[in-house]
Design a protein around this ligand. Structure first.
Ligand code: SF4
Ligand code: SF4
Length: 126
């Protein structure tokens, strides 16, 4: 399976954060207070990241999605509701830092990994 590496997109995208648990929202905006930008999570090894470990990131689990669609490169985060990528319900979130390009990526992604729902989210600048 792929690894997050330098990506922290799901820690900075509002709706994904709400899925993880609102208690992690920073008082300054939508970014999780535990994120280390470009490096990962400062609390990954303790129970604070419990809900985050349940997050089923589409790019991580579905290797049919090309590398170029890594969330921090294309601005789109995909969440699968189930573990079977063939049948699972997928949700997409676009960031607003570069919404025009994220939308383009989303169009391509929808052909590879169809979904029934798309949601545009706000994100604060990193
Ligand atoms: S969006 Fe996916 S690849 Fe990026 S940090 Fe989250 S789980 Fe990892
Ligand atoms: S707790 Fe860690 S994995 Fe979860 S959103 Fe915050 S930085 Fe990301």
């Amino acid at each position: 399976m792929r690894k997050c590496g330098d990506c922290t997109e799901c820690c900075t995208t509002l709706k994904v954060r709400i899925v993880h648990g609102e208690e992690y929202l920073s008082k300054y905006g939508d970014t999780c207070k535990y994120v280390m930008h470009g490096k990962g999570c400062s609390v990954w090894d303790n129970e604070k990241s419990h809900f985050c470990k349940l997050f089923n990131c589409g790019w991580l689990v579905n290797e049919a999605i090309p590398e170029k669609f890594k969330p921090n490169k294309c601005g789109v985060v995909i969440k699968y509701e189930g573990t079977d990528v063939e049948t699972s319900f997928a949700k997409y979130w676009c960031n607003e830092r570069d919404y025009k390009n994220a939308k383009k990526s989303m169009k391509e992604l929808l052909k590879i990994a169809p979904t029934r729902e798309t949601t545009k989210n706000q994100i604060i600048a990193k």
